[in-house]
Design a protein around this ligand. Structure first.
Ligand SMILES: Cc1ncc(COP(=O)(O)O)c(C=O)c1O
Length: 381
């Protein structure tokens, strides 16, 4: 199972790119000293603009109209000339403040301007300096271990693309590697039916926000108003920890909360497998933001990662009648085959079970060897 993490750009930028940030650290010189409110808020010009915009489009969420020529650094200037100290920065989207001189300079550069004006179809005709740009702009701040990048236009479409990638990866594994699509798969996907359009799911968490496009919306769980009236996939949801604060006074309660949520993640994954819609991926925010700025502990995320890595489950048995299940038949067959390559003979039974029938003289030292080799085999799968 794949995990998808989405971290706000600002946070990633600040954390990973401190060295890059240094060159941006000068706050714009001309910043005002403090907020300056000259009219009622919203002021008369804002009210008039709101009326005009409302006649053209749905504008219920508009708070203020910006005068972006005048916004600077940490200060936002509205249509009525009011100056606000901005602690929300376009929903956390401008990490270096308004009208940063370095960014403005980048747009004055003729080459950069032409790259924008000619609106390249990047998948087909990237510019000659595109690979270098990816390296110097994005890869320079990529989290360790992520050595490739796909560019998308927004958060929602990044998630949409990630979900597709997860499903394709899942099916590739189910097929046992790269094999041709069957005629049945090709015909059935054209009418949105399995096996071409398989019943697979993405698990998300209560309170999560992953965007409002169609697939992403099925994983968004922050507010009903985001989802109402839109058809959605029947995909699983699990609870995200809700801690008591201050953390150092509620350690045991919060640890119990972590374990309760993790248990429900594992149960939900099992439930969806049983109902024929296995969980191919889990998406989780490191800090649930839209849902209420809820954090979870490193322990929660580490255990969640372990749950996602599980390719075996339902370990069971009596005496020497022992078995465990793999996530599917192909995976089971691979475990049995790889165990053999690594020096252990075992059996397969049912649809996805690996069975053991050790001899009565199979001692703890043999069990230790078995487990060592099983762990190595699973790590390699
Ligand atoms: C965690 C998370 N995922 C996805 C999105 C959707 O991003 P966009 O609005 O760019 O589509 C957001 C937007 O706030 C977000 O906070």
């Amino acid at each position: 199972m794949l995990r998808i993490f989405r971290q706000p750009f600002t946070k990633r930028f600040l954390h990973q790119g401190e060295k890059h940030l240094k060159s941006f650290s000068t706050v714009a010189q001309a910043e005002p000293k403090k907020p300056d409110i000259k009219t009622s808020v919203p002021g008369p010009k804002t009210e008039a603009l709101l009326k005009e915009l409302s006649s053209l489009q749905q504008a219920g969420s508009v708070q203020l109209f910006a005068d972006y020529d005048k916004c600077i650094g940490n200060y936002f200037v509205d249509a009525d000339g009011n100056t606000f100290l901005d602690s929300f920065t376009q929903i956390s989207s401008i990490p270096v403040g308004y009208n940063h001189p370095e960014l403005l300079k980048a747009f004055e550069d003729k080459h950069s301007l032409r790259s924008l004006v000619n609106r390249p179809a990047l998948g087909v005709f990237p510019a000659v300096d595109w690979p270098q740009k990816l390296k110097s702009v994005l890869m320079a701040v990529a989290p360790q271990g992520l050595d490739a990048v796909t560019t998308m236009m927004c958060g929602s479409c990044s998630n949409e693309n990630a979900y597709k990638t997860v499903f394709m990866w899942y099916r590739l594994k189910e097929r046992g590697g790269k094999v041709d699509f069957s005629p049945e798969e090709m015909a059935s996907c054209m009418v949105n039916q399995p096996p071409g359009s398989p019943n697979l799911s993405i698990l998300s968490f209560k309170g999560s926000f992953h965007g409002r496009t169609f697939g992403a919306l099925s994983t968004t769980r922050s507010k009903p108003i985001h989802k109402l009236d839109c058809p959605a996939f029947d995909w699983p949801v699990a609870p995200f920890p809700r801690y008591k604060y201050p953390l150092n006074q509620f350690e045991s309660e919060n640890h119990a909360e972590d374990n309760k949520c993790l248990e429900q993640v594992a149960d939900t994954i099992e439930k969806y497998k049983m109902k024929g819609c296995p969980v191919a991926g889990v998406i989780v925010e490191p800090i649930q933001s839209e849902g209420g700025d809820y954090e979870a502990s490193p322990y929660f995320f580490q255990k969640l990662q372990k749950i996602c890595q599980n390719v075996i489950n339902s370990v069971r048995g009596r005496g020497t009648f022992l078995a465990f299940n793999a996530t599917n038949t192909q995976c089971r067959d691979k475990i049995v085959a790889d165990l053999k390559t690594n020096g252990v003979l075992g059996g397969a039974c049912g649809e996805n079970s690996v069975r053991l029938r050790p001899a009565l003289v199979f001692a703890p030292k043999h069990a230790a060897i078995y487990l060592d080799i099983l762990r190595k085999t699973l790590r390699e799968i």
